[in-house]
Design a protein around this ligand. Structure first.
Ligand SMILES: *[C@@H]1O[C@H](CO)[C@@H](O)[C@H](O)[C@H]1NC(C)=O
Ligand SMILES: *[C@@H]1O[C@H](CO)[C@@H](O)[C@H](O)[C@H]1NC(C)=O
Ligand SMILES: *[C@@H]1O[C@H](CO)[C@@H](O)[C@H](O)[C@H]1NC(C)=O
Length: 161
């Protein structure tokens, strides 16, 4: 008899453990899901494509406060991409210099905010696309690609390095 009692105590103990374990797993799953939507642990990919005009090279130089991605030369339809994790403080910011030789022989150039965690975290999700075109730098929206930055018409010479 005493064996049977202790065994039913054992069952009760197992049941309590199971319930407790389920609660713990349940809570951690909820935490993971809410964490998920914040993109903290995911890597963000940014892509910049040279869509200016056939046979036109574009120079690109992207930087954040901590990272210098170097000066690149992109062929027409070539794209440059990189990935990173956004800062916990959401201060992640990448700027890109872009320049190409205009038809009149003048350098068309600008320096643009290409990834800002505050602006782009929800707008882009984990993939942020940019298309550099003749009339500016475009970004996709629900109505297709829209110009986000027209090329400055009267910019003083920018430092590309
Ligand atoms: C992350 O944020 C810190 C400030 O909190 C800033 O110094 C650093 O440049 C940021 N990193 C990137 C990649 O923007
Ligand atoms: C613009 O043309 C000059 C002279 O041909 C060349 O040296 C330079 O690399 C070109 N710049 C770009 C951004 O393609
Ligand atoms: C460009 O800007 C400078 C300084 O603001 C000005 O002196 C110059 O006339 C402008 N050039 C053109 C073509 O608008």
């Amino acid at each position: 008899m005493s064996t049977s009692t202790s065994s039913s105590h054992g069952h009760l103990f197992k049941l309590i453990t199971l319930v407790a374990l389920t609660l713990v797993i349940g809570c951690s799953a909820t935490w993971e899901v809410s964490h998920n939507t914040e993109f903290y642990w995911r890597k963000i990919h940014v892509h910049v494509e040279n869509d200016i005009t056939p046979n036109k090279m574009m120079e690109l130089h992207c930087k954040s406060k901590d990272d210098d991605l170097g000066l690149r030369s992109l062929e027409y339809k070539e794209s440059f991409s990189w990935k990173f994790k956004i800062n916990f403080s959401k201060t992640t910011l990448f700027f890109c210099y872009m320049g190409w030789n205009g038809t009149d022989g003048k350098l068309v150039q600008g320096s643009f905010e290409i990834y800002s965690a505050k602006r782009d975290r929800t707008r882009c999700g984990t993939q942020c696309y940019w298309s550099a075109r003749k009339d500016g730098v475009f970004s996709p929206s629900s109505e297709g690609y829209q110009v986000m930055y027209p090329w400055p018409t009267n910019s003083t010479l920018l430092l590309r390095d």
